[in-house]
Every structure is written in C-alpha cells, then in structure tokens.
Design a protein around this ligand. Structure first.
Ligand SMILES: Nc1ncnc2c1ncn2[C@@H]1O[C@H](COP(=O)(O)OP(=O)(O)OP(=O)(O)O)[C@@H](O)[C@H]1O
Length: 270
C-alpha cells in the first residue's frame, strides 16, 4: 500500500458540524467531527445517549443536511451532488442496516434482496441473488417471507440486501439491538467477515461492548465530538471506557440506560 490518500477511505468526514434547530435552543448533533473509515476495516461507534452516533452514521450516508464540513464517500464529496446524483450514489455505494431490519413483509427474502438493484434500474440475475443469500448462510430460505424467518435470519437478509449493489460502505445502526445473544453473534461474525473485503468498510453504531469488540477500532463520541478511540479492543476495555464517558455525560437519560458493563451480553436490546 502506498501513502494514504482520500480514496483509501470508503467514507471520510471532515470537520462535519450538524446543529438541530427545532426548539428554542439549538441542539448540537455533531460538533466538528473529522474521521476516515478505511477500506477493509470494521469500526464501531460508541458513546452515551445523545452523543451523536446516529447523526454521524446518517451524515456518512448522506441523510443529514450538514451545516459545515464535508462528507466523502469513495472519494466523492456528497455536498457537491444534485439530489438525483446523491440518490444514485446512496443506492449504489452505501448499504444501510437497521436495528429493526426494515424488510418488506409481503416480499420473499430473494425479492427483498433484489429490490435495491431493481430500484437502480438493474434486474439482478437470480444467481446473483442466490449468491447474496448464500453469503449470509440463507440460500435455502430464498422463498420465505420475513414473517417466516427468525430475527437473526431477517437481519441476515437485510445484510444481503445491503450488499447486493457492492457498496463501498456498510453502515449498521444497532444491528444486533433486537437480537438474542446467539443470533447477534452470528450477525457480528458476518459483519466482521464483510469488512475484510478490501473494497468495503463497515461502520456500526452499538451500545454493546461485546459487539464493539468484534471491530478493528472503536470510536467514542461525547457531546457531538470524537473523544478517543481504541484499536483491537477487548469488551472489558470498551466497557471501562464507556463507564468513564457516561460518568461525564452532562445529561443522563436514566430511562435509556445502556448496558456498559463487561458482562453485558450481545442481547442487550436498547
Ligand atoms: N431530528 C432531530 N431534531 C432535533 N434534535 C435532534 C434530532 N436528531 C438528533 N437530535 C439531537 O442531536 C443529539 C445527537 O443525537 P443522536 O441521535 O445522533 O445521538 P445518539 O448518540 O445516536 O443517541 P442514542 O444512543 O440515544 O440513539 C441529541 O441531543 C439529539 O437529541
């Protein structure tokens, strides 16, 4: 590998600022965040409730109207695109996986997986859909509807759907939040494997230190700013860091307490 340049990052945020102006007081979502997500890596994003994790993920996906700074996906500056171009780039270069799977209930697993490619005006070959399902271990469930699949299987279909366009980045918001420990672990192992593809980066928001320990790197956010990172962390190191961060969090949300102890399991739903 040569010297790192902009295109070595699947996604890069430069001095990104996002302020919400709904109520009387502006609320800071992101307060000048600069970070790059290199190809072939798996990054977890953690931080107390309200620290800006979802705002960061949504900004990386081009879903936030940022006030300042720049977001690049595979070298393309999102702010320079027309709406239509942004839609196409989002569809083809960015995969998104949600806590709640977001599959269409009336469609089979295969039809759900094929949908983004179809929306891009490309009818995927059945073999391509089968290969995507096989990559998540579900080749034999192609004809099942989401209601006929377990939560873990539904999330794996969602991952296959996110990957069929071969995106530069897979963004996952609490992908194991609704899963039991075992299914969560399967999904994390899949994401880990997906991140080893040199043409892709995986970025995952999680509250679970055990989930974060699957990543190459954990970024910590506090009050909309980056507040350190850990490389190849253990769950214990992540949990200790989260406990320290939450102790400093100005606004605690007791009703949304997040597990941050080393013994917290992947099953921790939020
Ligand atoms: N659409 C919005 N309108 C107004 N304020 C918002 C909006 N979205 C987020 N915020 C505020 O921006 C800040 C960051 O929110 P964000 O959702 O990014 O945090 P988070 O770290 O993902 O939190 P959680 O762990 O609770 O999901 C919070 O103070 C939040 O209240």
């Amino acid at each position: 590998m040569g010297i790192m340049n902009a295109t070595d990052f699947a996604v890069e945020l430069r001095s990104v600022r996002r302020t919400y102006r709904r109520g009387p007081e502006p609320v800071v979502g992101l307060d000048g965040v600069s970070v790059g997500f290199p190809f072939g890596t798996f990054t977890a994003v953690m931080g107390p409730s309200g620290s800006g994790k979802s705002t960061l993920l949504r900004s990386a996906a081009g879903l936030e109207a940022i006030d300042d700074g720049e977001v690049r996906v595979d070298g393309t500056v999102l702010g320079g695109l027309r709406d239509k171009e942004l839609t196409v780039l989002r569809r083809e270069r960015i995969g998104f996986v949600f806590q709640s799977f977001n599959l269409l209930p009336a469609l089979t697993a295969a039809q759900n997986v094929a949908l983004p490619a179809k929306l891009s005006g490309r009818r995927p070959a059945p073999a391509e859909v089968t290969a995507a399902l096989a990559a998540v271990g579900l080749a034999d469930r192609a004809g099942h509807r989401p209601g006929e699949l377990s939560g873990g299987q539904q999330q794996r279909v969602a991952i296959a759907r996110a990957l069929i366009t071969r995106p530069a980045v897979l963004l996952a918001d609490e992908p194991t939040g609704a899963l039991d420990t075992r299914s969560g672990r399967e999904v994390l192992a899949l994401l880990r494997g997906m991140a080893d593809d040199p043409g892709r980066a995986v970025v995952m928001v999680t509250h679970d230190p055990v989930a974060a320990a699957y990543a190459d790197r954990v970024l910590f956010l506090r009050d909309g700013r980056l507040d350190g990172s850990l490389e190849r962390p253990t769950a214990e190191q992540v949990a200790a860091r989260m406990t320290a961060l939450e102790a400093h969090a100005p606004e605690a949300h007791p009703s949304k307490a997040h597990p941050s102890q080393a013994h917290a399991s992947e099953a921790s739903a939020c």
